[in-house]
Design a protein around this ligand. Structure first.
Ligand SMILES: Cc1cc2nc3c(=O)[nH]c(=O)nc-3n(C[C@H](O)[C@H](O)[C@H](O)COP(=O)(O)OP(=O)(O)OC[C@H]3O[C@@H](n4cnc5c(N)ncnc54)[C@H](O)[C@@H]3O)c2cc1C
Length: 283
């Protein structure tokens, strides 16, 4: 049987950090399961975060008006993307599981990891107009966020000072990962490791080790399937009227983003939904 490959895209500056310990646990556990584990250590590699003309080798299609998305799409089709992008794209192609490991920066990924997303997930390679969300390019792959916070869990409750963590997760999990087709596994969140006793940190690492053992068997998060929408420019990519009508009687919106002015489906971005909560109606 072919060996499975996992990729850990890792962004922390310090080898002694808690993020490094979390990465190491994943590497050990995945290797123990027979995975070939690739790591993109972004700070160590001095990975370029800026999307610029330097990412395209050779002549630009439109030197008068540089459009990053257009130019990198053509460069991808013609094999003219810069070597560092191509190397990362090869890893993505090979991996069936991608773990993004990072400290939460401003409710998001650190800039160097955002740069990885901006530069590696180019049009054509990671998505096209026809291939998005559950029809997306990477629909046979799994991806997840694994991150540490400064804040405590209660601070990210709907009634906590930071507001609902589900809302903070939506842009990355829906707008980036699921947009490219990935089946998104529930995030692994290490709440405030710098402000808890060592025993609590050890317990967090043990919990992560146990989770990684069964990671690939987990049911992914649920998102609104494309079939719920009229995917035409005339239709505005809106929910079909009959779907909207059918949702009127339900207590919750469809997903965190597709809330339809109703209460958010509880923990839609934190755990897989089951039963009648599922937007696709599957059990
Ligand atoms: C620009 C910026 C923006 C930020 N924005 C946010 C934000 O929006 N929301 C938010 O909540 N936070 C935010 N933070 C805080 C940030 O998310 C945390 O500082 C970070 O997640 C902590 O993780 P770390 O790996 O750096 O912890 P570290 O400080 O590296 O580690 C915490 C503790 O774990 C110990 N440790 C290391 N290895 C082990 C091990 N194997 N076993 C046990 N203990 C170990 C370390 O020695 C240390 O005592 C931000 C920080 C910055 C710099």
């Amino acid at each position: 049987m072919a060996q499975k490959t996992a990729l850990i895209v890792y962004a922390h500056q310090s080898p002694g950090s808690f993020n490094a310990a979390v990465r190491d646990v994943a590497m050990q556990e995945l290797a123990a399961q027979g995975f070939r584990v690739l790591v993109s250590d972004l700070y160590a590699a001095n990975f370029i975060a800026n999307s610029t003309q330097d990412d395209v080798i050779g002549d630009l299609k439109n030197p008068e008006l540089f459009q990053y998305g257009e130019e990198t799409m053509h460069a991808w089709m013609e094999g003219r993307l810069s070597d560092d992008i191509v190397a990362e794209q090869r890893k993505v192609e090979e991996a069936e599981l991608i773990i993004f490991q990072f400290p939460l920066y401003w409710f998001s990924v650190p800039a160097i990891m955002k740069g990885w997303m901006d530069r590696v997930l180019t049009q054509g390679f990671a998505f096209s107009l026809e291939k998005i969300y559950d029809n997306g390019v990477f629909k046979d792959k799994k991806a997840m966020l694994s991150f540490t916070t400064g804040a405590t869990k209660t601070m990210f409750q709907p009634d906590g000072i930071n507001g609902d963590i589900n809302i903070a997760l939506w842009p990355l999990q829906n707008g980036t990962l699921h947009f490219c087709g990935f089946q998104v596994l529930a995030p692994q969140i290490f709440w405030s490791p710098a402000h808890c006793p060592n025993a609590a940190r050890t317990a967090m690492l043990d919990g992560w080790r146990a989770r990684v053992k069964g990671l690939l068997a987990e049911r992914p998060l649920t998102f609104a399937p494309c079939e719920l929408f009229d995917l035409s420019f005339q239709g505005g990519f809106l929910l079909w009227p009959k779907v909207r009508e059918e949702r009127e009687s339900r207590p919750y919106g469809i997903t965190t983003g597709h809330h339809l002015g109703k209460p958010l489906p509880p923990d839609n971005q934190m755990k897989a939904q089951t039963g009648s909560d599922r937007p696709d109606g599957r059990k």
